[in-house]
Design a protein around this ligand. Structure first.
Ligand SMILES: [Zn+2]
Ligand SMILES: [Zn+2]
Length: 604
Protein backbone atom coordinates (compact mmCIF):
# COMPACT_ATOMS: atom_id res chain seq x y z
CA UNK A 1 0.00 0.00 0.00
CA UNK A 2 1.26 3.50 -0.86
CA UNK A 3 0.54 6.63 1.18
CA UNK A 4 0.76 10.07 -0.47
CA UNK A 5 1.90 12.55 2.18
CA UNK A 6 1.84 16.38 1.99
CA UNK A 7 4.38 18.36 4.04
CA UNK A 8 4.60 21.94 5.26
CA UNK A 9 6.86 22.97 2.40
CA UNK A 10 6.49 25.11 -0.71
CA UNK A 11 6.11 22.01 -2.88
CA UNK A 12 2.82 21.48 -4.63
CA UNK A 13 2.99 17.69 -4.92
CA UNK A 14 2.80 15.08 -2.12
CA UNK A 15 5.55 12.46 -1.53
CA UNK A 16 4.89 8.71 -1.70
CA UNK A 17 5.78 6.21 1.06
CA UNK A 18 5.34 2.53 1.80
CA UNK A 19 2.68 1.83 4.45
CA UNK A 20 4.23 -0.83 6.77
CA UNK A 21 2.38 -4.17 7.15
CA UNK A 22 -0.38 -4.20 9.72
CA UNK A 23 -0.96 -0.43 9.90
CA UNK A 24 -4.48 0.95 9.74
CA UNK A 25 -4.32 4.38 8.19
CA UNK A 26 -6.80 6.73 6.52
CA UNK A 27 -6.54 9.93 4.50
CA UNK A 28 -6.81 12.91 6.86
CA UNK A 29 -4.48 11.30 9.40
CA UNK A 30 -1.02 12.74 10.13
CA UNK A 31 2.14 10.65 10.11
CA UNK A 32 5.88 11.07 10.65
CA UNK A 33 7.85 10.27 7.54
CA UNK A 34 11.47 10.70 6.44
CA UNK A 35 12.06 13.84 4.35
CA UNK A 36 15.50 15.26 3.58
CA UNK A 37 17.15 13.29 6.38
CA UNK A 38 14.65 13.98 9.16
CA UNK A 39 11.32 12.60 10.39
CA UNK A 40 8.69 15.24 9.63
CA UNK A 41 4.98 15.54 10.24
CA UNK A 42 2.90 15.24 7.09
CA UNK A 43 -0.74 14.78 6.14
CA UNK A 44 -1.86 11.59 4.40
CA UNK A 45 -3.84 12.86 1.40
CA UNK A 46 -4.38 9.51 -0.37
CA UNK A 47 -3.86 5.76 0.01
CA UNK A 48 -3.51 3.62 -3.08
CA UNK A 49 -2.29 0.26 -4.29
CA UNK A 50 0.77 0.16 -6.53
CA UNK A 51 4.41 -0.79 -6.84
CA UNK A 52 5.81 0.21 -3.45
CA UNK A 53 9.01 -1.85 -3.53
CA UNK A 54 11.35 1.12 -3.99
CA UNK A 55 9.61 3.45 -1.50
CA UNK A 56 10.79 4.41 1.98
CA UNK A 57 8.45 3.29 4.78
CA UNK A 58 6.51 5.74 6.93
CA UNK A 59 8.06 6.43 10.38
CA UNK A 60 5.08 6.34 12.72
CA UNK A 61 1.50 7.50 13.08
CA UNK A 62 1.12 10.98 14.60
CA UNK A 63 -2.68 11.09 15.06
CA UNK A 64 -4.33 7.94 16.43
CA UNK A 65 -7.36 8.75 14.26
CA UNK A 66 -7.86 10.99 11.21
CA UNK A 67 -7.95 14.65 12.19
CA UNK A 68 -9.73 15.60 8.97
CA UNK A 69 -12.82 13.94 7.53
CA UNK A 70 -12.80 13.26 3.76
CA UNK A 71 -15.01 16.35 3.30
CA UNK A 72 -12.63 18.51 5.33
CA UNK A 73 -9.65 17.16 3.41
CA UNK A 74 -11.45 18.17 0.25
CA UNK A 75 -11.98 21.68 1.69
CA UNK A 76 -8.24 21.85 2.44
CA UNK A 77 -7.65 20.98 -1.21
CA UNK A 78 -9.92 23.88 -2.21
CA UNK A 79 -8.07 26.32 0.11
CA UNK A 80 -4.77 25.14 -1.32
CA UNK A 81 -5.92 25.60 -4.92
CA UNK A 82 -7.44 29.05 -4.25
CA UNK A 83 -4.37 30.39 -2.44
CA UNK A 84 -1.64 28.53 -4.33
CA UNK A 85 -0.40 27.31 -0.95
CA UNK A 86 0.57 23.66 -0.53
CA UNK A 87 -1.83 21.25 1.21
CA UNK A 88 0.85 20.56 3.82
CA UNK A 89 1.33 24.25 4.66
CA UNK A 90 -2.43 24.74 4.84
CA UNK A 91 -2.76 21.85 7.31
CA UNK A 92 0.16 23.07 9.39
CA UNK A 93 -1.42 26.52 9.74
CA UNK A 94 -5.01 25.44 10.35
CA UNK A 95 -4.74 22.32 12.54
CA UNK A 96 -3.65 21.94 16.16
CA UNK A 97 -0.28 20.19 16.55
CA UNK A 98 -0.50 16.37 16.80
CA UNK A 99 -1.04 15.10 20.35
CA UNK A 100 2.20 14.16 22.08
CA UNK A 101 0.70 11.12 23.75
CA UNK A 102 -1.90 8.81 22.31
CA UNK A 103 -4.41 9.95 24.89
CA UNK A 104 -5.83 12.92 23.00
CA UNK A 105 -7.17 12.52 19.52
CA UNK A 106 -9.23 14.78 17.30
CA UNK A 107 -11.90 12.56 15.86
CA UNK A 108 -13.27 13.85 12.59
CA UNK A 109 -16.89 12.79 12.52
CA UNK A 110 -18.58 11.88 9.30
CA UNK A 111 -21.46 14.28 8.90
CA UNK A 112 -24.77 13.35 7.27
CA UNK A 113 -25.33 14.64 3.76
CA UNK A 114 -25.60 18.42 4.08
CA UNK A 115 -28.77 20.30 3.28
CA UNK A 116 -28.38 23.47 1.15
CA UNK A 117 -26.81 26.29 3.17
CA UNK A 118 -29.09 29.15 4.24
CA UNK A 119 -28.17 32.62 2.97
CA UNK A 120 -25.34 34.22 4.99
CA UNK A 121 -26.40 37.18 7.14
CA UNK A 122 -24.49 40.42 7.62
CA UNK A 123 -24.83 42.50 10.81
CA UNK A 124 -23.77 46.15 10.58
CA UNK A 125 -24.66 49.31 12.46
CA UNK A 126 -25.20 50.03 16.13
CA UNK A 127 -25.62 47.03 18.43
CA UNK A 128 -24.50 44.57 15.70
CA UNK A 129 -22.76 42.24 18.14
CA UNK A 130 -25.73 42.16 20.51
CA UNK A 131 -28.02 41.38 17.58
CA UNK A 132 -25.68 38.66 16.35
CA UNK A 133 -25.65 37.16 19.85
CA UNK A 134 -29.45 37.18 19.94
CA UNK A 135 -29.43 35.45 16.57
CA UNK A 136 -27.02 32.82 17.98
CA UNK A 137 -29.32 32.35 20.95
CA UNK A 138 -32.11 31.34 18.58
CA UNK A 139 -30.05 28.58 16.92
CA UNK A 140 -29.92 25.13 18.46
CA UNK A 141 -26.89 23.64 16.73
CA UNK A 142 -23.14 24.02 17.11
CA UNK A 143 -21.77 27.59 17.02
CA UNK A 144 -18.20 28.56 16.16
CA UNK A 145 -17.26 32.24 16.52
CA UNK A 146 -14.12 33.27 14.64
CA UNK A 147 -12.48 36.51 15.80
CA UNK A 148 -9.65 38.52 14.22
CA UNK A 149 -7.50 38.37 17.37
CA UNK A 150 -7.17 36.55 20.69
CA UNK A 151 -8.61 39.43 22.78
CA UNK A 152 -11.77 39.54 20.69
CA UNK A 153 -12.06 35.76 20.90
CA UNK A 154 -11.83 35.98 24.71
CA UNK A 155 -14.52 38.67 24.75
CA UNK A 156 -16.83 36.49 22.66
CA UNK A 157 -16.16 33.48 24.89
CA UNK A 158 -17.53 35.56 27.78
CA UNK A 159 -20.59 36.54 25.75
CA UNK A 160 -21.24 32.94 24.68
CA UNK A 161 -20.85 31.74 28.28
CA UNK A 162 -24.17 33.50 29.01
CA UNK A 163 -25.84 31.03 26.65
CA UNK A 164 -24.09 27.89 27.92
CA UNK A 165 -20.65 26.34 28.39
CA UNK A 166 -18.23 27.74 25.78
CA UNK A 167 -14.81 26.41 24.83
CA UNK A 168 -11.86 28.28 23.31
CA UNK A 169 -9.73 27.19 20.37
CA UNK A 170 -7.33 30.16 20.27
CA UNK A 171 -3.85 30.58 21.70
CA UNK A 172 -5.21 32.49 24.70
CA UNK A 173 -5.67 29.10 26.41
CA UNK A 174 -3.10 26.31 26.83
CA UNK A 175 -2.43 23.59 24.24
CA UNK A 176 -4.16 20.95 26.39
CA UNK A 177 -7.32 23.03 26.74
CA UNK A 178 -7.35 23.75 23.00
CA UNK A 179 -6.94 20.08 22.16
CA UNK A 180 -9.74 19.17 24.57
CA UNK A 181 -11.97 21.87 23.04
CA UNK A 182 -11.32 20.59 19.49
CA UNK A 183 -12.16 17.05 20.62
CA UNK A 184 -15.29 18.09 22.49
CA UNK A 185 -16.60 19.91 19.40
CA UNK A 186 -15.98 16.88 17.21
CA UNK A 187 -17.73 14.58 19.65
CA UNK A 188 -20.63 16.97 20.05
CA UNK A 189 -20.13 17.39 23.82
CA UNK A 190 -19.34 21.10 23.34
CA UNK A 191 -21.83 23.28 21.47
CA UNK A 192 -20.35 26.80 21.69
CA UNK A 193 -16.78 27.70 20.73
CA UNK A 194 -14.65 30.72 19.90
CA UNK A 195 -11.31 30.89 18.15
CA UNK A 196 -9.21 32.71 15.63
CA UNK A 197 -8.14 31.73 12.13
CA UNK A 198 -6.50 28.53 13.40
CA UNK A 199 -9.98 27.22 14.28
CA UNK A 200 -11.31 27.46 10.69
CA UNK A 201 -11.31 23.67 10.26
CA UNK A 202 -12.60 22.75 13.72
CA UNK A 203 -15.00 19.80 13.51
CA UNK A 204 -18.62 20.89 13.89
CA UNK A 205 -21.63 18.63 14.35
CA UNK A 206 -24.46 19.72 12.04
CA UNK A 207 -26.48 21.91 12.14
CA UNK A 208 -23.69 24.43 12.54
CA UNK A 209 -23.43 28.23 12.60
CA UNK A 210 -20.17 29.94 11.67
CA UNK A 211 -19.79 33.51 12.94
CA UNK A 212 -17.06 35.75 11.53
CA UNK A 213 -16.51 38.80 13.73
CA UNK A 214 -15.27 42.02 12.05
CA UNK A 215 -15.25 40.33 8.67
CA UNK A 216 -13.45 43.29 7.02
CA UNK A 217 -10.38 43.02 9.23
CA UNK A 218 -7.00 42.44 7.57
CA UNK A 219 -6.12 40.29 10.62
CA UNK A 220 -8.32 37.58 9.08
CA UNK A 221 -5.67 37.23 6.42
CA UNK A 222 -2.33 37.39 8.25
CA UNK A 223 0.98 36.94 6.43
CA UNK A 224 2.00 33.34 5.82
CA UNK A 225 0.30 30.36 4.21
CA UNK A 226 -2.42 29.75 3.31
CA UNK A 227 -2.83 33.24 1.87
CA UNK A 228 -6.58 33.46 1.93
CA UNK A 229 -9.03 35.58 3.91
CA UNK A 230 -10.91 33.66 6.63
CA UNK A 231 -14.19 35.03 5.14
CA UNK A 232 -13.67 33.11 1.88
CA UNK A 233 -12.99 29.86 3.77
CA UNK A 234 -16.01 30.37 6.04
CA UNK A 235 -18.35 30.96 3.08
CA UNK A 236 -17.02 27.95 1.15
CA UNK A 237 -17.13 25.68 4.19
CA UNK A 238 -20.72 26.71 4.97
CA UNK A 239 -21.73 26.11 1.36
CA UNK A 240 -20.31 22.58 1.50
CA UNK A 241 -21.66 21.70 4.95
CA UNK A 242 -25.02 23.45 4.75
CA UNK A 243 -24.03 25.70 7.65
CA UNK A 244 -25.37 29.17 8.53
CA UNK A 245 -22.90 32.07 8.28
CA UNK A 246 -23.22 35.26 10.33
CA UNK A 247 -20.85 38.15 9.54
CA UNK A 248 -20.43 41.23 11.72
CA UNK A 249 -18.74 44.45 10.64
CA UNK A 250 -18.87 48.19 11.29
CA UNK A 251 -17.62 48.85 7.75
CA UNK A 252 -18.01 45.70 5.62
CA UNK A 253 -15.38 44.89 3.03
CA UNK A 254 -16.34 46.09 -0.43
CA UNK A 255 -16.52 42.40 -1.46
CA UNK A 256 -19.11 41.68 1.23
CA UNK A 257 -21.18 44.78 0.49
CA UNK A 258 -21.20 43.82 -3.17
CA UNK A 259 -22.43 40.29 -2.31
CA UNK A 260 -25.23 41.84 -0.26
CA UNK A 261 -26.12 44.16 -3.16
CA UNK A 262 -26.28 41.13 -5.44
CA UNK A 263 -28.61 39.35 -3.01
CA UNK A 264 -26.10 36.65 -2.19
CA UNK A 265 -26.31 37.50 1.50
CA UNK A 266 -28.89 39.16 3.70
CA UNK A 267 -27.95 42.47 5.29
CA UNK A 268 -29.64 42.98 8.67
CA UNK A 269 -29.97 46.74 8.79
CA UNK A 270 -30.23 48.78 11.96
CA UNK A 271 -31.40 52.31 12.72
CA UNK A 272 -28.51 54.82 13.02
CA UNK A 273 -26.75 54.60 16.38
CA UNK A 274 -25.32 57.38 18.55
CA UNK A 275 -22.96 59.51 16.48
CA UNK A 276 -20.61 62.40 17.30
CA UNK A 277 -20.85 65.89 15.85
CA UNK A 278 -18.58 65.73 12.80
CA UNK A 279 -16.65 68.75 11.54
CA UNK A 280 -14.54 68.82 8.38
CA UNK A 281 -11.70 71.36 8.59
CA UNK A 282 -10.58 72.38 5.11
CA UNK A 283 -6.80 72.73 5.03
CA UNK A 284 -6.50 73.59 1.30
CA UNK A 285 -4.25 76.54 0.58
CA UNK A 286 -3.05 76.65 4.16
CA UNK A 287 0.66 76.03 4.30
CA UNK A 288 0.73 74.08 7.48
CA UNK A 289 3.60 74.49 9.90
CA UNK A 290 1.42 73.25 12.68
CA UNK A 291 -0.54 69.96 12.74
CA UNK A 292 -3.49 71.36 14.71
CA UNK A 293 -5.88 73.73 12.96
CA UNK A 294 -7.64 76.23 15.27
CA UNK A 295 -10.89 74.17 15.38
CA UNK A 296 -9.01 71.04 16.43
CA UNK A 297 -6.90 72.87 19.03
CA UNK A 298 -10.06 74.44 20.46
CA UNK A 299 -11.84 71.08 20.61
CA UNK A 300 -8.89 69.51 22.44
CA UNK A 301 -8.94 72.31 25.02
CA UNK A 302 -12.70 71.96 25.58
CA UNK A 303 -12.54 68.18 25.82
CA UNK A 304 -9.69 68.21 28.34
CA UNK A 305 -11.52 70.86 30.39
CA UNK A 306 -14.55 68.54 30.46
CA UNK A 307 -12.25 65.76 31.77
CA UNK A 308 -12.89 63.59 28.72
CA UNK A 309 -10.33 61.73 26.63
CA UNK A 310 -8.88 62.72 23.25
CA UNK A 311 -7.68 60.48 20.44
CA UNK A 312 -5.59 62.02 17.67
CA UNK A 313 -5.45 59.73 14.68
CA UNK A 314 -2.22 59.58 12.71
CA UNK A 315 -0.93 57.19 10.07
CA UNK A 316 2.46 56.26 8.79
CA UNK A 317 3.89 58.56 6.15
CA UNK A 318 3.35 57.33 2.64
CA UNK A 319 5.67 57.55 -0.29
CA UNK A 320 3.33 59.51 -2.58
CA UNK A 321 3.40 63.18 -3.62
CA UNK A 322 0.65 65.75 -3.37
CA UNK A 323 0.25 69.47 -4.02
CA UNK A 324 0.42 71.56 -0.85
CA UNK A 325 -1.74 74.22 -2.46
CA UNK A 326 -4.74 72.31 -3.79
CA UNK A 327 -4.28 68.84 -2.30
CA UNK A 328 -4.12 67.09 -5.69
CA UNK A 329 -2.43 63.69 -5.38
CA UNK A 330 -0.22 62.61 -8.28
CA UNK A 331 -1.87 59.48 -9.67
CA UNK A 332 -1.32 57.02 -12.49
CA UNK A 333 -3.47 58.12 -15.43
CA UNK A 334 -4.65 54.61 -16.26
CA UNK A 335 -4.79 52.88 -12.86
CA UNK A 336 -5.90 55.93 -10.79
CA UNK A 337 -3.70 54.90 -7.86
CA UNK A 338 -1.33 57.30 -6.09
CA UNK A 339 2.11 57.10 -7.69
CA UNK A 340 4.92 55.92 -5.50
CA UNK A 341 7.67 58.55 -5.07
CA UNK A 342 11.33 57.62 -4.98
CA UNK A 343 13.46 60.50 -3.74
CA UNK A 344 16.69 58.74 -4.68
CA UNK A 345 15.70 58.08 -8.29
CA UNK A 346 13.60 61.27 -8.57
CA UNK A 347 10.80 59.27 -10.18
CA UNK A 348 7.15 58.44 -9.68
CA UNK A 349 6.12 54.82 -10.31
CA UNK A 350 2.74 53.10 -10.54
CA UNK A 351 2.56 49.96 -8.44
CA UNK A 352 0.07 48.27 -10.71
CA UNK A 353 1.20 48.89 -14.29
CA UNK A 354 4.82 49.62 -13.33
CA UNK A 355 5.01 52.78 -15.50
CA UNK A 356 7.63 55.22 -14.26
CA UNK A 357 7.89 58.98 -14.91
CA UNK A 358 10.15 61.88 -13.91
CA UNK A 359 8.94 64.31 -11.25
CA UNK A 360 6.79 67.13 -12.66
CA UNK A 361 7.79 70.72 -11.79
CA UNK A 362 4.28 71.92 -11.10
CA UNK A 363 0.94 70.57 -9.95
CA UNK A 364 -1.07 69.25 -12.93
CA UNK A 365 -4.21 70.70 -11.40
CA UNK A 366 -3.37 74.22 -10.09
CA UNK A 367 0.18 74.66 -11.42
CA UNK A 368 1.38 75.27 -7.87
CA UNK A 369 5.06 74.59 -7.27
CA UNK A 370 4.93 72.87 -3.90
CA UNK A 371 4.72 69.13 -4.46
CA UNK A 372 5.75 67.19 -1.39
CA UNK A 373 5.32 63.87 0.41
CA UNK A 374 3.58 65.97 3.02
CA UNK A 375 2.10 64.47 6.13
CA UNK A 376 2.34 64.45 9.89
CA UNK A 377 4.11 61.64 11.70
CA UNK A 378 3.05 60.62 15.21
CA UNK A 379 6.14 62.10 16.84
CA UNK A 380 5.68 65.61 15.40
CA UNK A 381 2.03 65.60 16.37
CA UNK A 382 2.91 64.54 19.91
CA UNK A 383 5.43 67.41 20.21
CA UNK A 384 2.92 69.94 18.96
CA UNK A 385 0.29 68.79 21.46
CA UNK A 386 2.80 68.86 24.33
CA UNK A 387 3.77 72.40 23.47
CA UNK A 388 0.17 73.59 23.56
CA UNK A 389 -1.12 71.47 26.42
CA UNK A 390 1.84 71.07 28.78
CA UNK A 391 -0.31 69.87 31.69
CA UNK A 392 -2.09 67.06 29.84
CA UNK A 393 -0.94 63.44 30.02
CA UNK A 394 0.00 62.65 26.45
CA UNK A 395 1.05 59.29 24.99
CA UNK A 396 1.88 57.96 21.56
CA UNK A 397 0.78 54.43 20.60
CA UNK A 398 1.28 52.37 17.44
CA UNK A 399 0.74 48.70 18.37
CA UNK A 400 1.98 47.50 14.98
CA UNK A 401 5.33 49.32 15.29
CA UNK A 402 6.16 48.62 18.95
CA UNK A 403 5.88 45.03 20.12
CA UNK A 404 7.11 43.14 23.17
CA UNK A 405 8.04 44.97 26.38
CA UNK A 406 8.29 48.36 24.66
CA UNK A 407 4.85 47.89 23.13
CA UNK A 408 3.39 46.90 26.51
CA UNK A 409 4.91 49.99 28.17
CA UNK A 410 3.47 52.20 25.40
CA UNK A 411 0.09 50.53 25.79
CA UNK A 412 0.02 51.11 29.55
CA UNK A 413 1.00 54.77 29.14
CA UNK A 414 -1.67 55.24 26.46
CA UNK A 415 -4.33 53.53 28.60
CA UNK A 416 -3.76 56.16 31.32
CA UNK A 417 -3.31 59.21 29.05
CA UNK A 418 -5.66 62.15 28.45
CA UNK A 419 -4.51 62.49 24.85
CA UNK A 420 -3.49 59.46 22.79
CA UNK A 421 -1.73 60.07 19.48
CA UNK A 422 -2.15 56.77 17.70
CA UNK A 423 -2.68 54.65 14.63
CA UNK A 424 -5.78 52.59 13.90
CA UNK A 425 -4.64 49.69 16.10
CA UNK A 426 -4.52 52.06 19.09
CA UNK A 427 -8.32 52.40 18.94
CA UNK A 428 -8.51 48.97 20.59
CA UNK A 429 -7.76 50.79 23.86
CA UNK A 430 -11.17 52.44 23.83
CA UNK A 431 -14.65 51.06 24.33
CA UNK A 432 -17.77 52.42 22.60
CA UNK A 433 -18.50 56.08 23.42
CA UNK A 434 -15.47 56.34 25.72
CA UNK A 435 -13.87 59.32 23.95
CA UNK A 436 -14.82 62.97 24.05
CA UNK A 437 -12.98 63.81 20.84
CA UNK A 438 -11.34 62.05 17.92
CA UNK A 439 -9.26 64.25 15.64
CA UNK A 440 -7.87 63.12 12.30
CA UNK A 441 -4.74 65.19 11.88
CA UNK A 442 -4.05 64.49 8.20
CA UNK A 443 -6.26 61.64 6.98
CA UNK A 444 -5.30 62.57 3.40
CA UNK A 445 -2.30 60.33 4.07
CA UNK A 446 -4.73 57.41 4.22
CA UNK A 447 -6.12 58.29 0.78
CA UNK A 448 -2.65 58.65 -0.71
CA UNK A 449 -1.60 55.08 -0.02
CA UNK A 450 -0.91 53.54 -3.44
CA UNK A 451 -3.50 50.82 -2.89
CA UNK A 452 -6.94 50.50 -4.45
CA UNK A 453 -8.28 49.80 -0.93
CA UNK A 454 -7.14 53.23 0.36
CA UNK A 455 -10.70 54.63 0.51
CA UNK A 456 -12.06 51.52 2.21
CA UNK A 457 -9.31 51.69 4.84
CA UNK A 458 -9.85 55.40 5.48
CA UNK A 459 -13.58 54.83 6.01
CA UNK A 460 -12.95 51.92 8.40
CA UNK A 461 -10.60 54.05 10.54
CA UNK A 462 -12.95 57.05 10.66
CA UNK A 463 -15.99 54.91 11.43
CA UNK A 464 -14.23 52.99 14.22
CA UNK A 465 -13.16 56.29 15.78
CA UNK A 466 -16.67 57.77 15.49
CA UNK A 467 -18.18 54.75 17.26
CA UNK A 468 -15.72 55.23 20.12
CA UNK A 469 -16.76 58.85 20.49
CA UNK A 470 -20.50 58.42 20.21
CA UNK A 471 -23.18 61.02 20.88
CA UNK A 472 -22.17 64.15 22.76
CA UNK A 473 -18.58 64.07 21.50
CA UNK A 474 -16.81 65.46 18.45
CA UNK A 475 -15.06 64.06 15.41
CA UNK A 476 -12.83 66.51 13.56
CA UNK A 477 -11.35 65.71 10.16
CA UNK A 478 -8.63 68.03 8.81
CA UNK A 479 -8.34 67.52 5.09
CA UNK A 480 -7.45 69.06 1.76
CA UNK A 481 -10.24 66.88 0.31
CA UNK A 482 -13.10 67.61 2.72
CA UNK A 483 -15.66 66.51 0.13
CA UNK A 484 -14.14 63.05 -0.41
CA UNK A 485 -16.89 60.43 -0.26
CA UNK A 486 -15.16 58.48 2.54
CA UNK A 487 -15.21 61.57 4.79
CA UNK A 488 -18.71 62.46 3.70
CA UNK A 489 -19.98 58.94 4.54
CA UNK A 490 -18.44 59.10 8.00
CA UNK A 491 -19.85 62.57 8.61
CA UNK A 492 -23.39 61.55 7.61
CA UNK A 493 -23.22 58.00 9.01
CA UNK A 494 -24.06 56.79 5.53
CA UNK A 495 -22.42 53.46 4.64
CA UNK A 496 -24.47 52.96 1.47
CA UNK A 497 -23.26 56.30 0.09
CA UNK A 498 -19.65 55.22 0.43
CA UNK A 499 -20.09 51.84 -1.27
CA UNK A 500 -22.01 53.34 -4.19
CA UNK A 501 -18.97 55.52 -5.02
CA UNK A 502 -16.41 52.87 -4.21
CA UNK A 503 -18.05 50.12 -6.28
CA UNK A 504 -18.28 52.50 -9.24
CA UNK A 505 -14.56 53.25 -8.97
CA UNK A 506 -13.69 49.56 -8.65
CA UNK A 507 -15.89 48.60 -11.59
CA UNK A 508 -14.47 51.30 -13.89
CA UNK A 509 -10.85 50.41 -13.17
CA UNK A 510 -11.30 46.63 -12.97
CA UNK A 511 -10.37 46.16 -9.31
CA UNK A 512 -11.84 43.58 -6.90
CA UNK A 513 -14.57 42.47 -6.48
CA UNK A 514 -15.04 42.84 -10.26
CA UNK A 515 -11.69 41.34 -11.19
CA UNK A 516 -9.27 39.31 -9.09
CA UNK A 517 -5.69 40.41 -8.62
CA UNK A 518 -2.48 38.57 -7.94
CA UNK A 519 1.10 39.62 -7.41
CA UNK A 520 3.74 37.25 -8.74
CA UNK A 521 7.07 37.90 -7.05
CA UNK A 522 10.23 36.69 -8.78
CA UNK A 523 13.75 36.48 -7.41
CA UNK A 524 16.82 34.91 -8.95
CA UNK A 525 20.30 34.30 -7.57
CA UNK A 526 21.61 37.60 -8.99
CA UNK A 527 20.00 40.81 -10.38
CA UNK A 528 20.57 39.76 -14.00
CA UNK A 529 19.05 36.33 -13.31
CA UNK A 530 16.07 37.97 -11.62
CA UNK A 531 15.39 40.14 -14.65
CA UNK A 532 15.70 37.21 -17.05
CA UNK A 533 13.47 34.97 -14.95
CA UNK A 534 10.91 37.77 -14.53
CA UNK A 535 10.73 38.20 -18.30
CA UNK A 536 10.23 34.47 -18.83
CA UNK A 537 7.55 34.30 -16.12
CA UNK A 538 5.85 37.36 -17.61
CA UNK A 539 5.86 35.74 -21.04
CA UNK A 540 4.45 32.47 -19.67
CA UNK A 541 1.63 34.34 -17.92
CA UNK A 542 1.03 36.48 -21.00
CA UNK A 543 0.43 33.34 -23.07
CA UNK A 544 -2.87 32.85 -21.20
CA UNK A 545 -5.32 35.12 -23.03
CA UNK A 546 -7.76 35.33 -20.09
CA UNK A 547 -5.14 37.07 -17.92
CA UNK A 548 -4.17 40.76 -17.95
CA UNK A 549 -0.44 40.80 -17.25
CA UNK A 550 1.49 44.00 -16.44
CA UNK A 551 5.23 44.25 -17.18
CA UNK A 552 7.67 43.19 -14.42
CA UNK A 553 8.62 46.08 -12.12
CA UNK A 554 11.12 46.30 -9.26
CA UNK A 555 9.72 45.47 -5.83
CA UNK A 556 9.99 47.89 -2.94
CA UNK A 557 13.48 46.95 -1.89
CA UNK A 558 14.58 46.45 -5.47
CA UNK A 559 15.66 42.88 -4.69
CA UNK A 560 13.19 41.19 -6.95
CA UNK A 561 10.61 41.85 -9.61
CA UNK A 562 6.88 41.70 -9.23
CA UNK A 563 4.26 41.20 -11.86
CA UNK A 564 0.67 42.27 -11.28
CA UNK A 565 -1.89 39.97 -12.90
CA UNK A 566 -5.62 40.50 -13.21
CA UNK A 567 -8.16 37.83 -14.01
CA UNK A 568 -11.62 36.50 -13.26
CA UNK A 569 -12.86 33.92 -10.75
CA UNK A 570 -10.59 31.23 -12.21
CA UNK A 571 -7.43 33.34 -11.67
CA UNK A 572 -5.75 30.88 -9.22
CA UNK A 573 -6.26 27.94 -11.57
CA UNK A 574 -4.87 29.83 -14.57
CA UNK A 575 -1.89 31.08 -12.55
CA UNK A 576 -1.10 27.58 -11.29
CA UNK A 577 -1.22 26.23 -14.84
CA UNK A 578 0.92 29.01 -16.31
CA UNK A 579 3.53 28.78 -13.55
CA UNK A 580 3.64 24.98 -13.21
CA UNK A 581 6.88 24.72 -15.18
CA UNK A 582 8.65 27.25 -12.94
CA UNK A 583 7.72 25.85 -9.55
CA UNK A 584 9.06 22.29 -9.79
CA UNK A 585 12.37 20.59 -10.43
CA UNK A 586 15.41 22.29 -11.97
CA UNK A 587 13.49 25.48 -12.88
CA UNK A 588 12.50 25.97 -9.23
CA UNK A 589 16.13 25.92 -8.16
CA UNK A 590 17.03 28.84 -10.42
CA UNK A 591 14.80 31.27 -8.54
CA UNK A 592 11.94 31.85 -6.17
CA UNK A 593 8.47 32.48 -7.50
CA UNK A 594 6.00 33.61 -4.90
CA UNK A 595 2.33 34.13 -5.72
CA UNK A 596 -0.01 36.24 -3.64
CA UNK A 597 -3.61 35.88 -4.84
CA UNK A 598 -6.12 38.55 -3.73
CA UNK A 599 -3.46 40.55 -1.83
CA UNK A 600 -5.01 42.53 0.99
CA UNK A 601 -2.16 44.94 1.43
CA UNK A 602 0.33 45.83 -1.26
CA UNK A 603 3.51 44.24 0.01
CA UNK A 604 5.78 46.89 -1.47
ZN1 LIG B 1 -0.61 52.46 -13.59
ZN1 LIG C 1 -2.20 71.94 -6.98
Amino acid sequence: MIADVAFDAPVAHPFSYLVPEGWTLAPGQRVLAPLRGAQRVGMVVALRAGDDASLKPLGRVADPEPVLSPAQLDLVGWISAESLSSIGSTCAALLPPPARSGSVSFPARRSPRPSPAPKPELFTGAGRETRALERIERTDGTVLVLAPDVETSARWAQRLAKLGPAVRLDSGVGDEARAAAWRALGEGTARLATGTRSALLAPLVAPATLVLVDEHEAAHRPPGHPRIHAREVVLERARREGAQVLLTSATPSVETWWRADAGRLTAATAPPGPWPAVALADTRGILRREPLTPPLARAIRETLAAKRRVFLAVSRLTSSLACDECGEVLRCETCRLALSYSRAAATLTCRVCGRSQPLPDTCPSCHGRRLSPFGWGAERVEHAVRRRFPDARIARYDPEAARGARGEAQRRAAAAADVVVGTRGALRLFGPASLGLAGFVSPDQLLRIPDFRAGERALAFLWAAAERVGAGGQLIVQSQHPTHYAFDAAARQDLAGFYTHELKFRAELGYPPFRRLAIVGVRGSAPAETQKLAERVGAALGATPELTVYPPAPDRRDRGRRIVVKGKADLPRLLAAALAGFREGAAARRGIIDVEVDPIEWPF
